[in-house]
Structures are given as structure tokens and as C-alpha cells.
Design a protein around this ligand. Sequence first.
Ligand SMILES: Nc1nc(=O)c2c([nH]1)NC[C@@H]1CN(c3ccc(C(=O)N[C@@H](CCC(=O)O)C(=O)O)cc3)CN21
Ligand SMILES: CC(C)C(=O)C(=O)O
Ligand SMILES: [Mg+2]
Length: 277
Amino acid sequence: MYASASKDDRPAGKPWTVPELAAAKREGRKLAMLTCYDAGFARALDAAGIDLVLVGDSLGMVVQGRDSTLPVTVADIAYHTACVARGLSRALLVSDLPFAADADPVRALEASVAFLQAGAGMVKLEGAGHKLAVIRHLVEREIPVCAHLGLTPQSVLRLGGYKVQGRDEAAAARLREDARAVQAAGASMLVLECVPSGVAAAITADLDIPTIGIGAGPGCDGQVLVLHDMLGLDSGHRRPRFVKDFLAEGGSVAAAALAYAEAVREGRFPDAEHAYA
Ligand SMILES: Nc1nc(=O)c2c([nH]1)NC[C@@H]1CN(c3ccc(C(=O)N[C@@H](CCC(=O)O)C(=O)O)cc3)CN21
Ligand SMILES: CC(C)C(=O)C(=O)O
Ligand SMILES: [Mg+2]
């Protein structure tokens, strides 16, 4: 075991629980989340005091080298979830339901059970609409769910690219309604991706569940970044505005994770340079 490098007073090895997430929001404690795909990095992030670790379907792009997240399978996420789980003692592990695995409640339940049995504590799925019934189906069967709204990368073919969502008033109002709806359906947390800071702050104020932003400004209850992005690795794609290289200032993976966690907790990341107006 690494000695805990966390500056908070949470005992090393005491894992986060789902009810503690809403308590953190009520108490104004910001949540630091990073994606992770293997046990070695999981140990480093856990020791640095990262609160939430996501086995994201972004692994299709940063690990598998594909052009989108669409080819990622349930077996891929289950494999990486098992790898990451072995490296964690404190962080809450969230696993992405990949493209179409959440298309109906039965498939979604089957995949979610596999992820929880591999060590996840929560599953994440993109969208509202017909996904609200999927969220209810999972939550009624004791599976904690994180929702994901705004830029939903599994919608890339319909959207025609990775673009900021909720920019005009009508779209912002729809996003706010969807956010209320996923909370009402039973979601325990909500990722907001690529939405103007003001819209994300309004949604955060509307909800009792924590919001986790990526390109959604400083007004969210927590932040998430793709691990490779915060370590300054060139993805071979255009670098989104919200990405910051924490390895450059940290000097090591452990120091980068700690610098990220502290910047999120102290409200220094993201600043205006890493957000959309
Ligand atoms: N390495 C990596 N990091 C990510 O954050 C990420 C992935 N991969 N793969 C899946 C999606 C794709 N993501 C992206 C990709 C590009 C932009 C981007 O370039 N956005 C423009 C916004 C343009 C606009 O609408 O104004 C930008 O300038 O930031 C945003 C999110 C986020 N996700
Ligand atoms: C960037 C986060 C929110 C994600 O869904 C992923 O990594 O797949
Ligand atoms: Mg994802």
C-alpha cells in the first residue's frame, strides 16, 4: 500500500459511499474525479485522494486508439473495471455503460450487474428521454446510477461532432428539464459535459444530487477529466478547451493527481480559460 498523500482527514482505506456524495454537496466539499483504466494508475489516484474514479468508455479512444467511443463493449468495460478495482481502497468506482448497452432496461441491468460484480459502486449512462426508464429500472434493483448530460459522446453521429451543448436559451431550458428528470428517476450523481458555465451552475443549484463537470465551469459540485488529458498526453485529436496538463506542474503522476484534487477542492480548476462562456 502507498501511504496516503491525501490532505483531507478521511482515513486511508475508508471507501466513499453513495449517500456521502449528496452529503458532500450539502457541505460544499468539491469532488475530484478522474478516469482510470488499470490497477497501477488506480493505486496512484487513490493514494492522491481522488474521490471518484471512472472507467470511462473514453478508453475506446485513449487506450484502444479508436476514433469514437462507439466500438467499446461491455466486456471491455468489465475487464478494465476489474483491473481498476484491484487498485482502489478509498475512491468510489464508477463504470460507463457503453454504447447501446443501455438501449433497453434488460441489457442495461445485465451489464450493470457485471460491472458491480467486477468492483464498481455505480454505473453511468448518457442521456434522458427513454433512458429515464432505464435509470428507474436500475435504481429499483439497487444499482446506483450516475447520469450524463450535455455533450454525450455516444451521440456523436447525431450531433455531428463534439460541440458545446445548451448554448441557446431553448437548449439550456431542455437541459435543465432533463437534469431534473434524471434526479427524479433516481440518479445519484450527474456528469455535465461541455455546457456553458452559467447553465451548469443553474442546474447545480436546481439539484440535490452532485453535478460533476467536464467543460462545464467552476459552478459544478465536482470535476472530472480523462486521465491521459490531465497527464498531458497528445490524444491525436484536437485538444478540448477544458483540458489542463497537471503533470507539467506536478512533475510526477502522484503529484499531478494531488495537484488536480487540490485545485478542484479549492475551486481553482477550472478557471475561465478552461470553461465555455
Ligand atoms: N482524450 C479524451 N478526452 C475527452 O475529454 C474525451 C475523449 N477523449 N473522448 C470522448 C469525448 C470527446 N470529448 C470532446 C472532444 C472534443 C471537444 C472539443 O474540441 N470541443 C470544442 C468545442 C467547440 C464548440 O462547440 O465551441 C473546444 O474548442 O473545446 C470536446 C469534447 C470529450 N471526451
Ligand atoms: C469524460 C467522462 C465523463 C466519460 O464519460 C468518459 O471518460 O468516458
Ligand atoms: Mg463516457
